[in-house]
Structure formats: C-alpha cells, structure tokens
Design a protein around this ligand. Structure first.
Ligand code: OSB
Ligand code: MG
Length: 371
C-alpha cells in the first residue's frame, strides 16, 4: 500500500450534554481526524485525546505536532505491506499513542476496503453485534443522575457506569442502589483516590459493583495490586494500560481483574489485538472504553468490540447521546436490547458525511507524497 496523501482536520463539536469526570468537565469537543488516501481509496481515523492533558498528556495540539512532524512524513516515505508494519515504524516515537492510532487505523480502513471485507472481519472480529453500556458523568445533582440512569435503562443499555470522586461516591451509589437495586452497575474514578483512602474505598464493596475503574494513580500498577488484595470489588484498569506488556504485568501482579481497552490509548489495532490476545489467553475479561468520540472513532470502536475477548458491555453507545448531528451516515443507533449490529459493508461500514465534516472543520493541513 502506497499512501498518496494524508489530511489532518480539526473539528469543533458541542456535546449535547456536558460530560464531567473527577478531572474536568467537557462541553465542547476539539476532534482531530486523519484522512489517508491510498490505492484510490480513502480511510479515516480519529485522535481520541481530550482537550486538556488531564486524562493523558496528549491534546489535539500535541497530536497534530507528532502527526505532522514525525508520523505522517514516515508514513509517506515508502510503501507498506500491512497496516501492522506502520505500527512498527512508529515505535521510535515514545508514547503519543492516540496520534499513532489515528493514522494506523485509517490504513486499516483502507486495507479492509481494498480486500472488500468489513473492518471488523479483517481484524479477526467474530461478533454479529456488540453489547453496549453507557458512561454517565457527574451531574449537577443526584436527582439528575437518577433521571439519566432511568432514561438509559429504558433505552435498553446493558449496564450503567457512573463517574465517582470523593464527595460523589458512597452517598450517590446508595441513592442509585435504592432506586435500581438489580442493575449492572460500575463506577469509574479516573484516578481520584490514593491508597490512603483504603477505608473509604472498602465502603464501595457493599454496592456489588461489576468493577471499579482506575481508582488510583493514572500511571500506577503496584498500588492497585495492594488495593485489589483489600477489596472484593474487581478493579478494572483504564489509564494505566498502554500496551499488551502493561496488561501482562498488571495481570501478573494482581493489579486488576478486568481491562478497559481504548484503541487510542494503546496506539491502534495492532497493539489492541496483542493486548486482546494476552487477556484472552489469561481469561481476563476486557471491554471497549470510549473517549466521547465522533462517528469515526465510534465506528472503529464497534469494529474492535467484535473481537471474541470483548465479553463485557463497553462504553460504546448511540451517536445521539453525544451529538445533535454526527459526522457519519447512518448515525450509530442501539437496539432495544442494548446492542449495536456490526456493519457488514467493506471498510468501516459507516460513511463519513463530508458536508457535515466541512461545516464543523476549523483547521486543515495536507501532506502529499513527493513520488
Ligand atoms: O475514563 O473512560 C473514561 C470519557 C473521557 C475520558 C475518559 C473516560 C471517558 C468516559 C466516556 O468514560 C466514555 C464515552 O461515553 O465515550
Ligand atoms: Mg475510564
């Protein structure tokens, strides 16, 4: 595959409802997309970083810099047999996985179209539909949170994840459990606690959560292993896991019992599949996380979630929960039983809505191969 052209686009898109975690509140998204051209085909990828360096160090501007000055020039320098080969070429850049993933994943989209296969099948996906949960941010009041949970349960979603932090945890989970005693419920702390909070964290065991996601440091494994020995609730790691090797180490030391996989955080399909295989071999359940993606990133999440190891409902949900109008057609919708069918068309299986993308684009840069 010879890449002829790469385009970077930055989009501004307001969220339907703000999304608040223990580290910040997002109201307007800045989304960087990669569009690559090869073999007369176009493929798309999304940089899934936040606007601020509070989830990870990547931001739209760091990703633009790493793509423009390193990854795109390397991608244009020669012809590639497989998208996995480009993942190797990107290794000299330490970290910046979300920038890497956007470009690598665009090439997977092209490769799937070239082979006439759904992207989900090309990567080894076996599921016809994926199981969906929702991630609900911190709200202005407990009543608003309960109302949102009610709505999402009625829409059919298979599990509810709520964001927690000190002051929005035990009391909130008590309220949720008294209104919804039997639902599949989990909590995501985004590193809001430390081991000094152990007595407090033990209080969460009474709520029979499916898991607690990333309670401790964003780069920690060892303290999570200490915590997991002290609490019943399974720990799921998100921020701490950047590769298959991280996953192996976390599992070996008992830092978690479940892993949240994000294509951007691990650096694209090549790394995500390695991580998937590590977890499947060790019977550690995994699920697909979300980063408030536009339709492009969402479509990639659907493809990845079709891999056999994705046994728990993910944070992949309908476009309308995020956007007044998404940038793909059709938009992502969820069935009444809380699933998304895996597309059967070649490639991503959703068509970028070019007119809509043009309307929300605020910055563009083109890179052409010189040969
Ligand atoms: O920790 O999973 C997270 C959103 C932004 C940054 C981090 C996280 C999240 C979510 C939202 O939980 C998942 C989604 O609905 O896309
Ligand atoms: Mg998380």
């Amino acid at each position: 595959m010879k890449i002829d052209r790469v385009e970077l686009l930055e989009l501004r898109m307001p969220l339907v409802h703000f999304f608040e975690t223990s580290f910040d509140r997002t109201t307007n998204r800045r989304i960087v997309l990669v569009r690559a051209e090869a073999e007369g085909l176009a493929g798309w990828g999304e940089v899934t970083c936040g606007e601020t360096p509070f989830y990870s160090y990547e931001t739209p501007d760091t990703a633009w810099h790493i793509l423009r000055d390193f990854l795109i020039p390397w991608a244009l320098e020669k012809s590639w047999n497989l998208p996995a080969e480009i993942a190797r070429r990107f290794e000299p850049v330490r970290g910046h996985n979300m920038a890497k993933a956007a470009l690598e994943n665009a090439l997977w989209d092209i490769e799937a179209q070239r082979q006439g296969l759904p992207l989900a099948r090309l990567i080894g996906g076996t599921r016809e539909e994926i199981a969906c949960g929702v991630s609900i941010g911190i709200q202005n009041s407990p009543e608003e949170l309960l109302e949102k949970i009610q709505q999402e349960m009625e829409a059919g979603y298979q599990r509810i994840k709520v964001k927690i932090k000190l002051g929005w945890d035990v009391g909130i989970l008590e309220r949720i459990r008294s209104s919804f005693p039997g639902i599949r419920l989990m909590a995501d702390a985004n590193s809001a606690y430390t081991l000094a909070d152990l007595p407090h964290l033990k209080l969460l065991d009474q709520f029979h959560l499916m898991m607690i996601e990333q309670p401790l440091g964003w780069d920690d494994l060892v303290d999570h292993a200490c915590l997991q020995r002290e609490i019943e609730t399974p720990i799921c790691l998100d921020e701490s896991i950047h590769s298959a090797q991280d996953a192996r180490k976390a599992i070996e030391i008992g830092a978690c019992k479940i892993i949240n996989v994000k294509l951007g955080r691990v650096g694209g399909y090549t790394a995500a599949r390695e991580l998937h295989d590590v977890c499947l071999a060790r019977q550690v359940p995994i699920w697909c996380g979300g980063m408030l993606e536009s339709g492009i990133g969402r479509a990639h999440n659907i493809a990845m979630s079709s891999l056999p190891g994705f046994v728990l409902p993910g944070d992949v949900s309908a476009s309308r929960r995020y956007w007044h109008q998404d940038i793909i057609e059709p938009e992502v919708t969820v069935t009444a039983r809380g699933t998304i069918p895996v597309p059967k068309q070649a490639g991503l299986g959703y068509t970028p809505n070019l007119a809509r993308i043009a309307e929300v684009t605020v910055r563009k840069e083109f890179f052409d191969s010189r040969t």
